[in-house]
Design a protein around this ligand. Structure first.
Ligand code: ADP
Ligand code: MG
Length: 218
């Protein structure tokens, strides 16, 4: 489903973010992407969504080469991806329900259908009763679960979550991870990055990155 073949990413002549990365993620896998700040985790996830493109090598997502994808094809690629990135904040002047309905409304769903599916998505992350609240009335962990609901409301095949547990206490972080794992358990491929080794699930596959390189597990 996702393949990196000898991928390197250089943002500037003296900044090599990823070096010669080769890896494969199978459909339905749960993968944790670990490594310290600056290791290249965000860069790797951004390339899967064609937010960044490789300087060398190939990133293949659903059979498409991200290095060669035409700009017009990017929205179709992203329709199959649920993105949970720090840059995509919730809209604080709208209700939780409105935030989660938004991705459906922009792809042409009716208001009625969008509301039904958004409520179902909020139910899946345990926030059905907060639908009419505003984001700032929720805790950080609850806001992050709203972001998950917004990311999965279009029923993507793949979820990319970049440090979804950053800045959360342990209990809230576990709830966020449980929400993500619930989607993995129904067949969604999940890639979750974290710089916090404590957040890694011992049962899951873990890919360690350090200074842009894959670390082979000892
Ligand atoms: N847009 C950018 N321009 C220049 N350098 C960048 C950019 N984004 C990331 N980098 C650099 O690439 C390296 C990897 O960054 P990043 O992928 O954000 O790592 P992580 O997510 O693991 O903290 C870092 O050295 C970072 O400074
Ligand atoms: Mg990062």
């Amino acid at each position: 489903m996702i393949e990196f073949r000898n991928v390197s990413k250089q943002y500037s002549p003296d900044a090599m973010a990823l070096r010669d990365i080769s890896l494969t993620v199978e459909k339905g896998e749960l993968v944790f992407l670990a490594g310290p700040s600056g290791a290249g985790k965000s860069t790797l996830l951004k390339m899967i969504a064609a937010i960044e493109r490789p300087t060398a090598g190939h990133v293949i997502v659903n059979g498409q080469d991200i290095a060669r994808i035409k700009p017009a094809a990017v929205p179709f690629l992203r329709r199959n991806l649920g993105l949970i990135f720090q840059q995509q904040r919730l809209l604080n002047d709208r209700t939780i329900l409105a935030n989660v309905m938004l991705p459906l409304l922009v792809t042409g769903a009716s208001h009625h259908q969008a509301e039904q599916r958004a409520r179902a998505a909020l139910d899946k992350v345990g926030l059905a009763d907060r639908a009419s609240s505003h984001p700032l009335a929720l805790s950080g962990g609850e806001q992050q679960r709203v972001s998950i609901a917004r990311a999965i409301v279009n029923r993507p095949q793949v979820i990319l979550a970049d440090e979804p547990t950053a800045n959360l206490d342990r209990a809230s972080a576990n709830k966020v991870l449980d929400a993500l794992k619930a989607f993995h358990s129904v067949g969604v491929t999940c890639l979750i990055s974290s710089h916090d080794e404590q957040m890694l699930d011992a049962a899951a596959r873990v890919i360690h990155l350090n200074q842009g390189q894959l670390e082979v597990a000892a």
